[in-house]
Ligand binder design. Structure first.
Ligand SMILES: [Mg+2]
Length: 407
């Protein structure tokens, strides 16, 4: 099965209200944006993936990517991964594209991704992942409403310059819910974004002090308390606190994860298959299981990213509660998953059903694609040949075609 056509779309879904992500202080997010890739094979199968986008920054991605992927054997995932990696040496970080190949393999074999990876279906327990920093009293009320929806676990955000205010979040919410809910907390220190307001930057001392407060309020995990590359400091923090330390959402390579495992930097590994690739995510899951640690993927990007990481969570023999991004009124399933034919919702006990459909388990809504999408690139073997002749001349085009055929 070979790739015969590559199409790329900008997707931009207007949110019903501004969303203020804690990880970009001061930034009013008005759209849920991604780049959608659509691969069509010589068998006529169609595979998709989505990469989170701020704007239309991938406008030129196709001209880099096309020649790498046209004609590629879909089932040779090692080759696919290497080609995607090579394209990122020369241009964009592209691991999100690997999932479209898994989508095709699953569709060809008639199996959902979790089954291809040896997992079982059914339901996955989720935790409600809030995305903004609110006043503690307001947040406490919201968490009670979240509990009423069926969630038994919630993740809070802290991002204040004053540690007392951060600790106040834990205290007030814990008092409100008593022991009826588990609480996690995300400090979003892994990859600070300074584009609008300056974020607070934690050092090991502040992380230690906050982790101690987490112990006091029985916090189930502390996420990204330090920079994503502070491998030694995170290991030291683990020695200083009983609170489990989580991280790695934007750590995209296996080799970096390997160092974190060796240094014992984390209790909970949170790679996102749309940032690191499915193959790498599986490797991290297996290593975490082998070491008696936890694999709990990050999912906060868009509906496609959630769907992909849901399949991985379902493939894990040691299932952990999965992140369910939810921050009304701006960030809710209808808009988060606005490009899918069916948004993912939780049931009255906080579970999400793992789709049984072959591939990644979602369908793109043609209507939403028309409304929110703009195709900006298309390539077929024919159009690649014409481009190559135009850019490099007929002699070189023939030489390149011959070299490609030989491997
Ligand atoms: Mg996080």
């Amino acid at each position: 099965m070979k790739v015969q056509k590559i199409e790329l779309y900008h997707i931009s879904i207007p949110l019903p209200a501004d969303f203020y992500p804690s990880w970009i202080p001061g930034y009013p997010q008005k759209f849920n944006r991604c780049t959608l890739i659509k691969l069509t094979t010589d068998d006529g199968l169609v595979g998709y993936s989505g990469g989170v986008a701020m704007e239309e920054e991938r406008e030129g991605l196709g001209s880099l990517l096309g020649q790498y992927l046209i004609g590629q054997e879909v089932e040779k995932i090692d080759e696919v991964r290497q080609l995607i990696r090579e394209a990122s040496y020369l241009g964009w970080r592209n691991s999100w594209i690997e999932a479209a190949f898994w989508d095709l393999i699953g569709k060809k074999e008639g199996k959902p991704l979790y089954k291809l990876l040896g997992g079982e279906g059914g339901k996955v327990l989720t935790y409600c992942s809030t995305g903004e920093v609110h006043e503690p009293a307001q947040r406490a009320e919201e968490v009670l409403a979240i509990r009423d929806l069926g969630f038994s676990i919630v993740k809070l955000r802290v991002h204040d310059f004053d540690i007392k205010k951060d600790i106040e979040q834990l205290k007030v919410v814990r008092q409100a819910v008593g022991d009826t809910m588990k609480i996690g907390v995300d400090a979003n220190q892994g990859w600070p974004v300074t584009i609008i307001n300056k974020p607070p930057i934690w050092d090991l001392d502040r992380a230690t002090e906050f982790a101690k407060a987490c112990e006091e309020y029985d916090i189930s995990w502390l996420e990204e308390p330090l920079d994503m590359y502070a491998f030694d400091e995170m290991a030291e923090l683990r020695r200083r606190t009983k609170t489990p330390i989580a991280g790695g959402e934007l750590t995209s390579g296996w080799h970096e994860h390997k160092i974190m495992f060796e240094k014992e930097s984390l209790d909970i590994y949170q790679p996102d298959a749309t940032f690191c690739g499915i193959d790498t995510a599986v490797k991290i899951m297996q290593e975490a299981n082998r070491r008696g640690l936890k694999y709990k993927p990050h999912t906060w990007s868009n509906g496609i990213g959630f769907a992909i990481n849901l399949q991985l969570a379902a493939a894990n023999p040691n299932r952990e509660p999965l992140e369910f991004p939810y921050e009304p009124p701006g960030w809710i399933p209808k808009y988060r998953d606005g490009i899918l034919s069916e948004p993912f919702e939780v049931d009255s006990e906080g579970f999400v059903t793992v789709p049984d459909k072959p591939g990644l388990g979602f369908e793109i809504s043609e209507e939403a694609l028309k409304r929110y999408g703009r195709k900006f690139f298309e390539m077929t073997p024919g159009s690649l040949a014409i481009k190559t002749i135009k850019q490099r001349g007929l002699f070189n085009a023939l030489r390149l075609a011959k070299a490609k055929k030989q491997d």
